[in-house]
Design a protein around this ligand. Sequence first.
Ligand code: NOJ
Length: 536
Amino acid sequence: MANWYQNAIFYELHVRAFNDSNGDGHGDLAGLRQKLDYLQWLGVDCIWLLPINASPLKDDGYDVASYYTIHPTFGFLEEFKLLLEDVHARGMKLIVDMVMNHTSDEHPWFIESKRSKDSPLRDWYVWSDTTEKYKDARIIFTDSETSNWAYSAETGEYYWHRFYSAQPDLNYDNPAVQQAMMDVVRFWLDMGVDGFRLDAIANLYEREGTTCENLPETHAFIKEMRRFVEANYDDRVLLGEVNQWPRDLLAYFGDDGQGGSDELHMCFHFPVMPRLYMGLAMADNTSIIDILNDTPTLPNGAQWATFLRNHDELSLEMVTKEEHAYMWSVYAPKPEMRFGLGVRRRLAPLLGGDVRKIALMHSMLLTLPGTPVLYYGDEIGMGDNVKLPDRNGVRTPMQWNSESNGGFSFAPAAKLYAPVIADKKFGFAKINVEAQQADPDSLLNTVRGMITARKANPALQSGALVWMAGAPKETLCFTRGADDGQQYTTHVLHNLSDQPQQVKLPDGLEATDIFTTERVSGEVTLAPYAWRWLRG
Ligand code: NOJ
């Protein structure tokens, strides 16, 4: 039997952006509780919450100031417990972001550590009297940081940070740090969360002469965490954020010596994501097929997490130089659309608001191997706001209806943590949940239909992937689950181009369209950007 996370639909959301119950302009846990019906209706199995801990929000919560408290505008721990109860009562799961690599510079540990070279917590962070150490580690936030070292005036030394300088890295060489973070893990698991999305988990240790990523010491720590989780809890999941090539990611699943995994249960498949956009823009399936052919088989019990967009920039670290230039020219023609190497835009605006393309991308997400992770708002084709700084433009309030603030909050608009999208094309007056729920042909109902169909179809969840021979390169056509004894074998056709395409189904195949129940065989004509799921 597969583990729950191998077949689930994940939904990533930001509590601040989802629903404001008390009118202070910030989404909160109570607001999220009011929207669980919606998530259940959509078919979500597991909610992933972006960081909810107390934080000065210099990196939107990825700068944690206290691992044991919740950010005050979100609510108290009691409210979080109620949320968990409500989620579990619906048969759903909930995971939280766990930021282990670094803290905020306002965390009491760091305030104590920087105070003096003799501080008992000095060694909880990585200090140096020179910036010459670990030169081979890349700078991640190239738009704002010029070094991985930042000067601290209190002691005249530098501290190590892989992200913003307000996010000092913890020193995992110190057993007390390891213990402190395992205590945090225990606290949240005891509370009842179903697992963690582990932020920046490849970066825990530093070693001279290395990139300070993927080090053996990091793997040893993850193994220890997995052992602790398995020994004490049932059915929890560790989902790693590791932006690497699939072959290098394999090590993060570990190997228990019996064909199983003993590190992370899941990792995001970063490289496939930009190739879906590229395949669509070029009307050419080559790079999608290449990357999936180059994706190794995982150990038993492990799974990829696939996605179209998330709360960060659309990451382009896992493409070649030429592909990068192409992606920027198509998807980020203006400088304000870029962040680091990536693209700080949402799914719908990236695709010009073309509902055919947005649905097509969802179809690929929901039929290719992996557990799909949806990003809040993309199911209705929400827009973005490139005028907002950092990656905030893709984190604007959820658009529930056409009332004021899109139904997100009853606060005066000026009090919202970020303006709701209000432009003609993507604004809440036009793009909102309520309107799309009422329209059977809306993007939302289309995506929901796909989710329902996928959940009823074991072949789409776990069946082997076989490319359909002879399909034109302008299409992405494949069969899932031919290995399952035929009951659910599903043939999936996508037209990546703006021209009709002919696809010849396998000889002798008589298939049924899962959505229209039409019987099909022989040659199928796909309209521009059409997608079909055929069972047979
Ligand atoms: C990855 C997160 O997704 C991103 O939002 C954050 O800025 C960095 N890690 C640092 O925590």
